[in-house]
Ligand binder design. Structure first.
Ligand code: URA
Length: 428
């Protein structure tokens, strides 16, 4: 029998800086999931956690209680090892799309249970839904069948997986309690541990377009999640990667699918290829295949073959033309020089305002909306040349998007120092 408490007492305990007991944590998560603890009470608890933090013991127990609020998936019947990747979210971050089939090409199963975008960061499912016919919702059996067949699946996390987190994440989103290390790490890791992957690589984003704006905070988040995964028997490591500027040359749904297919065809922008390759190496090493030649599998079509199989198995048509916007607007360079800064957050918010993202959970997004970049930091530009092209199905949105981009980039005479790598650090 689970011990019961009064919600007001448990909230006060945390509000006053105390350490929640395992019994208090188990009770509040269970009672919240069942609806016995109200949204307003959990909102107060989330704010108390935001302000006072959590100990390692509290973080571990909170994660376990969220896992126990739902079901665990079981991939133990598969003849292949499973490896997963999770990104904390960024602008132009389409890496899951080429990465899952690339890793699957080496006979390692990739269960990418993904989410939708909210706010300025894009959602993997929203991107893939721009492929005609593609289906995000699969049953647990279909997920296992995909892993046994094509070897990779990108689909919606079922409602049975950590339901406490589904409620709590939506609540945090409207109470300004998202960007908090204990709440982010328990949210992400409860879903990943419940999913039952053998290993997990975390892509922790750092910079203006990420939750974590500075490297020290990102390191702390990565370390917390790596410890949580390890404590729960999931082989976990993390790469800290740059999100001060968008990844690749496209931001938006269909636009990012187009760029992902370019990468799978052996081309694509250098930063997208680099991060895809680095994350694939990390996942394959964790799965016992450190010598896999991942670059070759992008060049010779093996990853593309897996992509096509995966899309077709989820009722998508990989050969159908992707939707394109009827209305576009170019932003041009106002002077000659070097593009020294292109702010990820400004581009992400502008793309969201063009219709690529949603203001409220459940809204539709536009497949065609987004931003195509024609220059990245370090590139030489000449006056009048397009720096970016805005795309939308609703041209009345151009004005607000353009306002968002004001001050979002700099052009100056001096060539900026080159970024050595998109990967800033590794934590294992
Ligand atoms: N992604 C999640 O799943 N949860 C968070 O709290 C933040 C990002």
């Amino acid at each position: 029998m689970m011990k019961t408490f009064d919600a007001v007492d448990v909230i006060r305990h945390k509000r006053d800086g105390g350490e929640l007991t395992p019994e208090e944590i188990d009770w509040i998560i269970d009672a919240y999931t069942r609806g016995d603890v109200g949204e307003e009470q959990m909102a107060a608890m989330a704010m108390a956690i935001f302000l006072n933090g959590m100990t390692r013991a509290e973080i571990g127990r909170w994660t376990l209680a969220m896992i126990n609020s739902g079901e665990r998936m079981d991939f133990s019947s598969l003849p292949r090892r499973t490896a997963d990747k999770h990104s904390t979210g960024g602008v132009g971050d389409k890496i899951t799309l080429p990465l899952a089939p690339l890793v699957a090409a080496f006979d390692v199963a990739v269960p990418q249970l993904s989410g939708r975008g909210l706010g300025h960061t894009g959602g993997t499912l929203d991107k893939l839904e721009s492929i005609p016919g593609w289906r995000a919702n699969l049953s647990n059996q279909e997920v296992v069948d995909m892993l046994a067949g094509p070897g990779c699946v990108i689909c919606a996390a079922g409602s049975g997986l950590a339901p406490a987190d589904k409620k709590l994440y939506a609540l945090r989103d409207i109470t300004s309690t998202v960007d908090c290390i204990p709440l982010i790490s328990t949210s992400i890791m409860s879903k990943k541990i419940a999913e039952g992957t053998d290993s997990l690589v975390l892509d922790v984003k750092v910079g203006s377009g990420a939750f974590m704006k500075d490297l020290d905070k990102a390191r702390e988040l990565a370390r917390t999640m790596v410890d949580l995964g390890t404590d729960h028997g999931v082989k976990t490591s993390a790469l800290l990667t740059d999100m001060s500027t968008p990844l690749g040359l496209t931001v938006g749904n269909a636009l990012e699918v187009r760029e992902s297919v370019e990468v799978l065809a052996g081309g694509g922008p250098a930063d997208v290829v680099e991060l895809t390759v680095e994350l694939a190496r990390e996942m394959l090493t964790a799965a016992g295949k450190p010598d896999a030649d991942v670059e070759a599998a992008l060049k010779d079509g093996r990853a593309m073959d897996r992509w096509r199989e995966m899309i077709i198995a989820q009722d998508g048509d990989p050969d159908a033309p992707l939707p394109v916007a009827k209305d576009t607007h170019d932003v041009v360079a106002e002077r000659d020089g070097y593009l020294t800064r292109l702010d990820a957050l400004s581009v992400g918010v502008a793309s969201w305002r063009l219709g690529a993202g949603r203001a409220r959970a459940g809204e539709d997004v536009q497949a065609v909306a987004g931003i195509e970049l024609h220059a990245k930091p370090g590139d030489k530009v000449v006056k009048g040349q397009p720096l970016m092209t805005l795309h939308t199905a609703t041209p009345e949105r151009f004005e607000r998007a353009l306002q968002t981009l004001e001050g979002g980039y700099d052009i100056s005479d001096e060539k900026p120092a080159e970024r050595a790598s998109v990967v800033l650090d590794r934590i294992s």
